[in-house]
Ligand binder design. Structure first.
Ligand code: NDP
Ligand code: PYC
Length: 335
């Protein structure tokens, strides 16, 4: 392992992205996201993702200088066309409009279209909880996941993220793939030569496998059997056809046998507790705190707790990444 300060990790990501020709707004938006992932102990969506950014660029599957375009789609809907660029800049472009609409109507949605998406959703959820809003986010990926009862990939790893703002505390946020685990984690097992836990996926012949490379060729399982399968289908629908964008199967077909990041849309929903509750907001938000206390009071942890602890630690100690990843990243800097 090699230790980097947060500044060094950020600089490394920026150097790679900039020297490969991404425009400065994308360099800033993407490097901030991968730095956040590394800082929060989410290795599958940290610096490792920069490899995929450059691979996608070289394959012609991401537009390096795309400028997102914001459309006022409906009273409570903002749409952002990413024009083939990474999702981060599109999110940033639409965020002020989403916040305004959510505060006006109490509930609003942002549909991001035609974006290349590789990131963890909690980064975006935190932007909304920081503004005092409750938030949900959904995005498909590539068809890598078999439906419960089947053996052929149909769904993406299709994450669902939820955030709840908390006065005086970090927000309550969960963010998980509807597959047993994010595909990024399976890729990291393959890179490290480590076997997978049982139950993560099957090989191309439909047989259970703990070989990461075989599962990457075969299919992953949904979490929670038919329940995760239904949630994965929901993500396909509401962040695909509902917003006029690609499903995971269509995204995979667009990749045409390549290894680029998924290309499709994302749906983000924001709810304003102040609008729902008016003068009673403080009273009801305090009741939410009772819920959190009753979880933690018995020794259970809240989702994101590990992440917030990692964030604190990284601020003091920096981050550690495998030497092989460090070498692979450095090799991408165009000198
Ligand atoms: P994990 O299974 O690692 O974790 C999911 C969530 O559960 C996190 O909020 C985590 O909090 C929480 N959690 C884990 N263990 C516990 C516990 N014991 N008690 C309470 N909460 C717990 O995540 P996944 O592998 O499913 O997903 C990882 C990331 O991958 C997500 O951020 C997701 O957005 C991203 N992803 C992105 C995709 C895309 O297409 N853009 C596709 C698929 C995934 P904590 O972090 O604190 O451990
Ligand atoms: O880890 O499953 C994943 C993933 C897909 C797209 C971005 N992350």
């Amino acid at each position: 392992m090699i230790r980097l300060t947060l500044e060094q990790a950020h600089q490394l990501a920026q150097d790679i992205l900039r020297s490969n020709g991404f425009s400065e707004p994308h360099v800033q938006a993407v490097s901030a996201t991968v730095l956040a992932g590394e800082r929060d102990g989410c290795a599958s969506h940290g610096l490792y993702r920069v490899l995929g950014c450059v691979r996608s660029l070289k394959a012609g599957k991401v537009v390096a200088d795309a400028q997102p375009e914001v459309f006022d789609q409906a009273p409570a809907i903002v749409r952002v066309d990413a024009h083939g660029g990474f999702s981060q800049l599109a999110f940033q472009a639409g965020l002020p409009v989403l916040l305004g609409k959510a505060r006006e109507a109490g509930i609003a949605a942002m549909a991001i279209n035609h974006c290349v998406h590789f990131s963890a959703l909690w980064v975006e959820i935190e932007a909304l909880t920081d503004a005092g809003l409750v938030a949900l986010a959904f995005t498909p990926s590539h068809a890598w996941v078999a439906p419960a009862g089947g053996s052929k990939p149909v769904f993406g790893t299709n994450p669902i993220a939820f955030g709840w703002p908390r006065a005086g505390h970090n927000p309550f946020i969960f963010d998980f793939a509807t597959s047993v685990i994010a595909r990024g984690d399976i890729e990291l097992h393959r890179r490290a030569g480590k076997p997978l836990p049982e139950g993560w996926g099957i090989d191309a012949q439909g047989q259970p496998s703990t070989d990461a490379a075989a599962v990457l060729q075969g299919a992953m399982h949904t979490f929670g059997g038919h329940k995760g399968s239904a949630l994965a289908a929901m993500v396909e629908l509401i962040a695909g056809p509902l917003i006029g964008d690609l499903t995971s199967a269509e995204s995979k077909a667009y990749d045409d046998g390549g290894d680029s990041s998924p290309y499709h849309g994302e749906l983000i929903i924001a709810l304003d507790p102040q609008r729902f509750l008016g003068a009673a907001a403080d009273e009801h938000l305090a009741r939410a705190e009772t819920l959190f206390e009753s979880i933690q009071g018995q020794g259970a942890r809240l989702p994101s707790q590990r992440r917030y602890e990692a964030r604190k630690r990284s601020a003091e100690e920096g981050v550690q990444i495998p030497q092989a990843l460090y070498d692979d990243l450095n090799a991408l800097i165009v000198r």
